[in-house]
Write a new protein. Structure first.
Length: 277
């Protein structure tokens, strides 16, 4: 009889244990919607969503906006999740990267799950051609590479097996992106060890990678990324939470500080001379 009771108690304990799932092993779900399906180029897109359950580690929702034609990354942001699992954000269509009448994909990623909503932008003021030039030491978003960045590039450890030509590196500070320009000639990978002095990861310690405007899966072990590449690939964009500013930005800050310092010193000198006489 005691053995029978013991067996029953064990069975009940097993059932309870199966029915109780630790948040650490729970399957996450995410849903998202926008307040409309079609917008013009002077609108604000309102995005709302829900995750379940909430991650006990406090993970953010990563919002990625991609343009379909011409293909390209528009923006990437991280949004905090409320205690009830809800999240919301807005996207302003008055954006140089949203100037085309085309489909835009809004992706929301939470821990290991992702959902996508497609919206259309119409009535562009004018038609543009997608022009991107990559001159030595410049990128689309800036005018030059800082000496500090050039020094750090020399310390980057990387191996490129999809091209015999050495890559070029371009920081885009206002997009928190490090672009790697390559001339892909065959299937291979880019293995690169990143420094936080150049680009920092997102709040969850990861990066997002695009190859010629298309988001790709890649391997990450700490600060080492293994990114697939192939013949014809041109631009690998590594997106984080911060990228080293370019020379133009740094120069303007330094110049402004220097001018203010000179004005302050000059004012004090004049006041000293006046007080003497």
């Amino acid at each position: 009889m005691r053995i029978r009771y013991a067996a029953i108690l064990i069975a009940v304990a097993v059932i309870i244990g199966i029915g109780t799932v630790s948040p650490a092993f729970a399957a996450f779900t995410i849903t998202m919607e926008t307040d409309s399906d079609v917008y013009d180029h002077s609108s604000v897109i309102t995005v709302t969503g829900q995750v379940n359950p909430t991650d006990p580690n406090g993970s953010d929702v990563t919002i990625i906006v991609e343009r379909m034609d011409p293909v390209g990354l528009v923006q990437i942001d991280q949004i905090s999740v409320n205690s009830d699992g809800s999240f919301s954000t807005t996207i302003n269509t008055i954006n140089a990267k949203m100037k085309y009448d085309t489909t835009y994909l809004i992706k929301a990623q939470y821990v290991d799950v992702m959902t996508t909503v497609a919206v259309e932008l119409t009535n562009a003021a004018e038609t543009y051609n997608d022009v991107r030039t990559a001159e030595a030491g410049t990128s689309e978003a800036g005018t030059g590479i800082s000496p500090a960045f050039e020094s750090l590039i020399g310390q980057l450890e990387y191996e490129l097996t999809c091209s015999p030509i050495s890559p070029s590196f371009y920081p885009i500070a206002d997009e928190s992106t490090l672009e790697v320009h390559i001339e892909g000639t065959n299937d291979g990978v880019l293995e690169i060890s990143l420094h936080e002095e150049i680009i920092k990861p997102l709040s969850d310690g990861t990066f997002v990678v695009f190859v010629d405007g298309q988001q790709v899966d890649f391997g990450q072990d700490g600060n080492m990324l293994t990114i697939p590449c192939k013949a014809g690939d041109k631009i690998i964009a590594i997106v984080g939470s911060w990228a080293i500013p370019e020379f133009g930005t740094i120069a303007m800050i330094v110049l402004a500080v220097a001018i203010v310092s000179i004005i302050i010193v000059s004012t004090k000198t004049k006041l000293g001379l006046v007080s003497r006489y």
